[in-house]
Design a protein around this ligand. Sequence first.
Ligand SMILES: NC(=O)c1ccc[n+]([C@@H]2O[C@H](COP(=O)([O-])OP(=O)(O)OC[C@H]3O[C@@H](n4cnc5c(N)ncnc54)[C@H](OP(=O)(O)O)[C@@H]3O)[C@@H](O)[C@H]2O)c1
Length: 499
Amino acid sequence: MKKFIDAIEAFLGKHSWTPTRFGREIAGDPLFVFDLRDGREPRSETRNKVLKTMAKFSDSGKLSPLRLGVAGLGTVGAELVRILEKDGNSISRKIGREIIVSAVGARSRSRDRGVDLSNVTWFDDPVELAKSEEIDLFVELIGGEDGPALASVKAALSIGKPVVTANKALLAKHGVTLASIAEKTGAQLGFEAAVAGGIPVIKALREGLGSASVTRAYGIMNGTCNYILSRMGCEDISFEDCLKDAQELGYAEADPTFDVGGFDTAHKLAILTSLCFATQIAPDEIFVEGITAITQADIKVANDLGYKIKLLGLTQFSPEGIEQRVHPTLVPKTSAIAGVDGVLNAVVLETDHVQELMLSGPGAGGAATASSVLSDILDIARGTSVPPLGVPSDELAPYKRAPMRTHEGGYYIRFNAKDVPGTLGVITTSMGNQEISIESIIQRPDLQADGADNNAEKTRTIILITHETMEKNVRKALGEIEKSGLVIGNAQLIRIEKF
Ligand SMILES: NC(=O)c1ccc[n+]([C@@H]2O[C@H](COP(=O)([O-])OP(=O)(O)OC[C@H]3O[C@@H](n4cnc5c(N)ncnc54)[C@H](OP(=O)(O)O)[C@@H]3O)[C@@H](O)[C@H]2O)c1
């Protein structure tokens, strides 16, 4: 302890700092030195953190440059290096500390990435890069839930080196383990870019909302899906044609399953849920439905009824546990979220004190994502220190899933029904048997039912809108209706949220 106090007194003398400045800038508590002089011993983690921070100061008393190691020089990584190349000086002035890229790595060394890497050390192995003494902060922009991304992030955190990553898949699967390693070694772990790209939602949840507690959060967190659904809403164009255009424009991957299947949104939702409700991250406990079955008929009927269809990720407390779901949703055209179109993302946080807060903006793209990566880097450069998941990882509550069958809400149900007497009667009776109250029944002869041209039988499109009811009742009623043989194929079911 005496050695520790001596080191601090020596630092104060050498840099002519006041005890208050030391406390504020190094220990995060203006009274730290006074308490120490009064004989109050800090905890060993605090001592380690203070010693580590002191070591970062040069002889002039200024923070030494923060040296980055960037693994992955693709869309986001190369853009990060480009931004630092262009705006490095103004960023350094803003935070009072120089930020430099010291080392980088990717798969191909020869590929031109449009940035100057001549003074930067190259690493083929991301783990070696993470452990290198040439860097103070490791930036993981490789991607993937395991493999080199996981190995390198673990390697850095294990030796107390801070990490910034944009990797939602990694965080969704290993977030709690990584947070726990970071807490043990005193390293920072930033992942602002992992949820909704350029939108600072992690910071809002971790720091901005302070004591407010979140009751529900939902959002549009996949630009590809939002682009497709928005375009289908404006033009008479099928899902398949829209997807093809999105691929040509670079908004969708060659294999779009991860996006249009809802899995990308699920990864982001899993991270969001943990931050909202201080629970373990549970990516496998999410109800996921993608947008591939949405047709023009659904878009048109929804529009006529005053709704838009959006792929939402939603997390909320219910008496049974936490409901985490990703699915196409009918949202009122008048709601704020309905106005978020194209490739934009948005997250709405409903809290006790702040009520409703909507953050919207670009959810992907090199510049927007690199901007969030940089915001984490700047926080670490300034010495900001928060537990990665908002609360210490050993205080995260176990995740308890609310079963989907107990979900309560309104439903849009579209049937491809046989055009024979009694069909409508069977549909309404089956609904009545499950005590489902129907808000409206619509027959749309103008909308050709799916596959109608392949059927010998005449069919018609019938749409029901239900009042609030339980998912298990709807499932039972649909089972009964489908068993009657009066409808062709499975009914289209889309949940309604009245925001
Ligand atoms: N792109 C976005 O809009 C966006 C938005 C939000 C979050 N993110 C996340 O950001 C991360 C990076 O995304 P990205 O779009 O920039 O990916 P990307 O364009 O595919 O770039 C990946 C980079 O990682 C390198 N790499 C791959 N395997 C490697 C290995 N074994 N060792 C070393 N380097 C390796 C690649 O090297 P080569 O270049 O030599 O092939 C490439 O430079 C991902 O986690 C992604 O989910 C991206």
